[in-house]
Design a protein around this ligand. Structure first.
Ligand code: NDP
Length: 336
């Protein structure tokens, strides 16, 4: 049987366990040209909250009882397609299920000898590409500038700050616990990190950014955004990547005072990484060696088994994850 987790009902506010249903479906049958794979890792990402809702957004909502969507790393178990062999490791978008079948056009082969395969859905996958496009293309960092990033210990934020350092900038993170802040500074090499839950944000930002902020990579929205706007410099750039503090709100959260954009002639630009697929080869070419050499570090937070996925997804909105949130759906054949 093929275990799947599907959308049972739409959340009102924070998702809950009963919005999901586990279903044991028959194994998919293979036809000529098909590739059958077993999911090794499933990526859990904040955007999944939007797909569970029926509110209009940049991508279509899931229908009720659809399999939950998501990027995956998988092992080919049977192939009737000459381009793939049993044992190949691939990345695709198979969603929350143990097995999937397709003609393989949606798959990219991975080289387990180059980097751990799980990176294909983390630092070297969609989250890493988001950091790359948002920081480099929209943020346009110049050496000596100060880059502030929120959700700094997370999948996207951790790469933003490290890329900022690679580009010769000062990197200031904002995160939600002392452990996360310590990790961001001591392990990832940011210059400073502010705990938005305990620090007085505006003075802390002033101290961490003595010359102000030239780029604010926005991941969370709300009071953090409002505070960073108080320290932006003239000509600042704000890649508007995510607003996770608002994904589960049921009432109008209000908003920051955008007057600073006007006064500082700042630019704010929303972006969705999937619109920038043409940048993916450049991203992989530039960032893969940095990951391989350890100049860009990453941390994974892995839960075991598909049934743990709903709770782990909810944890993203509570800051329970520490690093890229992944589910190990089955044993990783490339790791001993
Ligand atoms: P993370 O790995 O950063 O995990 C989410 C983190 O967000 C949590 O660990 C928590 O960290 C923080 N968080 C959760 N709730 C709140 C809150 N109410 N206020 C402030 N912080 C909160 O996730 P990702 O790196 O995958 O995603 C980061 C952001 O990037 C999200 O907004 C996401 O939607 C966005 N994104 C956008 C893309 C695009 O194409 N535009 C593509 C990919 C991601 P802490 O403990 O520090 O609070």
């Amino acid at each position: 049987m093929n275990r799947q987790i599907r959308l049972k009902s739409r959340p009102a506010g924070m998702p809950a366990a009963d919005n999901f249903e586990a279903v044991d479906s028959p194994m998919p049958a293979l036809e000529d040209g098909d590739v059958l794979r077993r999911t090794t890792y499933l990526s859990l990402d904040p955007y999944m909250r939007g797909r569970m809702s029926d509110a209009a957004s940049y991508a279509a909502s899931l229908n009720l009882h659809d399999i939950m969507c998501g990027h995956t790393v998988s092992e080919v178990v049977e192939s009737r397609n000459p381009a793939f062999r049993a044992g190949d490791m691939v990345t695709g978008y198979d969603g929350w299920q143990e097995f999937a079948v397709s003609k393989g056009k949606d798959l990219r082969k991975l080289d387990p000898r180059a980097v751990p395969v799980s990176t294909a859905i983390g630092v070297l996958g969609m989250p890493g590409a988001t950091a790359y496009v948002g920081l480099l293309d929209i943020g346009q960092p110049k050496p000596g500038e100060t880059v502030v990033v929120s959700a700094a210990s997370g999948a996207v934020g951790s790469i933003v700050g490290q890329l900022a350092k690679v580009k010769g900038c000062r990197a200031v993170g904002i995160a939600g616990s002392p452990d996360k802040c310590r990790y961001v500074v001591e392990e990832l090499g940011f210059d400073a990190c502010i705990n938005y839950k305990t620090d007085d944000l505006v003075p802390a930002l002033g101290a961490a950014c003595p010359g102000g902020a030239d780029i604010y990579f926005e991941n969370v929205g709300g009071k953090v955004f409002a505070a960073v706007l108080r320290v932006i410099n003239r000509g600042a750039r704000i890649p508007l990547c995510g607003m996770i503090s608002q994904y589960n709100t049921t009432t109008d959260p209000g908003g920051p005072n955008l007057r600073a954009l006007l006064v500082q002639r700042a630019m704010m630009k929303g972006f969705i990484v999937s619109d920038h697929a043409d940048r993916f080869p450049a991203f992989l070419q530039e960032v893969t060696p940095l990951v391989r050499d350890g100049r860009i570090k990453y941390r994974e937070d892995i839960v075991e088994g598909l049934d743990a996925a709903p709770s782990a997804l909810i944890g993203l909105f509570e800051g329970r994850n520490f690093g890229k949130m992944l589910v190990r759906v089955s044993a990783d054949p490339t790791r001993g």
